[in-house]
Design a protein around this ligand. Structure first.
Ligand code: APR
Ligand code: PHB
Length: 394
């Protein structure tokens, strides 16, 4: 058994774990990041791509803004479409100049891995059989195998940044953990296409046949989603069927429609709302998808993960500087408040914009009335804009 020691052991090299490692490094705190997948897998994984203003500001503040400022697409507004018409919500005008930036999560991950490598800090991919032990005591440990050899890392703290299916959350005694969950009776079929985006801003659309979303990754790549069944088989969706459905659900009477191009990636994303509380057990802290999942309609998943690790790194920095545990003690409660705000918004966007098989005609009319109100009331648009651009980081 090879034994090592670090201040903070980080499980998972998604955006939460990598960003935490970066923030800690800047504070002079030592960490080791352990990931069970390969580096290529983590980088190639196609995920969401909307950064809130606070996430962009943080990236700039911590030296990660160069490529983001060059390649990220800043949006001041967003479209909501229904009944054949598109309605623009001017987020910047309604929130004192705040907006969102489209920059793929995998680009964020690439920048973070580059920063970790440049800092010569420890990041290990492809570890197996990882477990956390001794979490009751003052020196929790992470054990795992790497290249067939067993390792043990003794830590002051462990950060569980290992996503929804990780091992950290399930290491907390289950009688101390309360979970809240909702599954949705639909999913999203997402594609990436080599097609220049035909709109400068995102279009969220409710059609009689279901939800569709127009998004993008770059001036030459469009990202599109269709509401589908949770058990939808991608094999049932040849390219022509996807384009025909997107065209039907997205085209508006002003003549706007998505540009078509070669489809380079297809996948089905399940939809779930999930919260675990508390986000801490003794010296184990949960961050990101390990602690909470939101349906993608509000584009909050990555941003919540960033907010968690920003708070956690500040709390750890305060502890190492002065011995104060005040911020560590507040970590969970503060995080849960932000999480529930994001849950509320993501649930609301999802319910307003999706059709469900259990809907009756009343539900459909009520949903249209909700949308009518949204796009005709400055107060309602301000409310959406405020949540969509996100609250400043704590
Ligand atoms: N050991 C080591 N690593 C693990 C283990 C394990 N037992 N289990 C999971 N992991 C890794 C996963 O392979 C993944 O790379 O933890 C990482 C968790 O990363 P994400 O799932 O990306 O979660 P997070 O970093 O919290 O980021 C949240 O991801 O799901 C999206 O939309 C969500 O944008 C949000 C963001
Ligand atoms: C995306 O571009 O992948 C995207 C955009 C907005 C969302 C979800 C995903 O709400």
């Amino acid at each position: 058994m090879k034994r090592f020691r670090t201040q903070v052991g980080i499980v998972g090299a998604g955006p939460a774990g990598l960003m935490l490692g970066h923030l800690l490094h800047r504070q002079g705190i030592d960490s080791i990041i352990l990931e069970n997948r390969s580096q290529d897998y983590v980088i190639e994984r196609v995920r969401a791509g909307v950064l809130e203003q606070g996430t962009v500001d943080l990236m700039n503040d911590v030296g990660l803004g160069t490529r983001l400022n060059r390649e990220g697409l800043r949006h001041d507004g967003v479209y909501i479409a229904f009944a054949g018409a598109r309605h623009r919500i001017d987020m910047a005008a309604l929130t004192g100049g705040r907006g969102i930036t489209v920059y793929g999560q995998n680009e964020v991950v690439k920048d973070l891995i580059a920063a970790r490598t440049a800092a010569n800090a420890q990041l290990h991919f492809g570890v197996t059989d990882l477990r956390v032990t001794d979490i009751e005591g003052p020196e929790p440990r992470i054990v795992f195998n790497r290249n067939g050899e067993p390792y043990e890392i003794a830590c002051d703290f462990i950060a569980g940044c290992d996503g929804f299916h990780g091992v950290c959350r399930t290491s907390i005694p289950h009688e101390l953990l309360r979970t809240y969950e909702r599954e949705y009776p639909f999913a999203w079929l997402g594609i990436l296409a080599d097609a220049p985006p035909s709109s400068d801003e995102l279009v969220y659309s409710l059609h009689e046949r279901g939800f569709a979303l127009f998004s993008m990754r770059s001036p030459t790549v469009t990202r599109l989603y269709l509401q589908c069944a949770p058990d939808e088989q991608i094999a049932d969706w040849p390219d022509e069927r996807i384009w025909s459905e997107l065209e039907t659900r997205l085209s508006t009477s002003d003549g706007w429609r998505p540009n078509q191009g070669r489809i380079v990636q297809k996948g089905v994303t399940p939809m779930r709302s999930f919260v675990a509380e508390p986000m801490r057990y003794r010296r184990l802290f949960l961050a990101g998808d390990a602690a909470h999942i939101v349906p993608p309609t509000g584009a909050k998943g990555l941003n919540l993960a960033v907010a968690d690790v920003c708070r956690l790194s500040n709390a750890l920095a305060a502890y190492y500087k002065s011995g104060s545990e005040t911020l560590l003690d507040q970590y969970s409660d503060t995080g849960l408040r932000r999480t529930w705000r994001a849950q509320r918004f993501s649930w609301w966007m999802t319910s307003m914009l999706h059709k469900s098989d259990s809907d009756n005609p009343f539900d459909h009319q009520r949903r249209l009335a909700d949308l009518e109100y949204l796009v005709s009331s400055r107060a309602a648009m301000t409310s959406l804009a405020e949540s969509y651009v996100g609250a400043p980081l704590d």
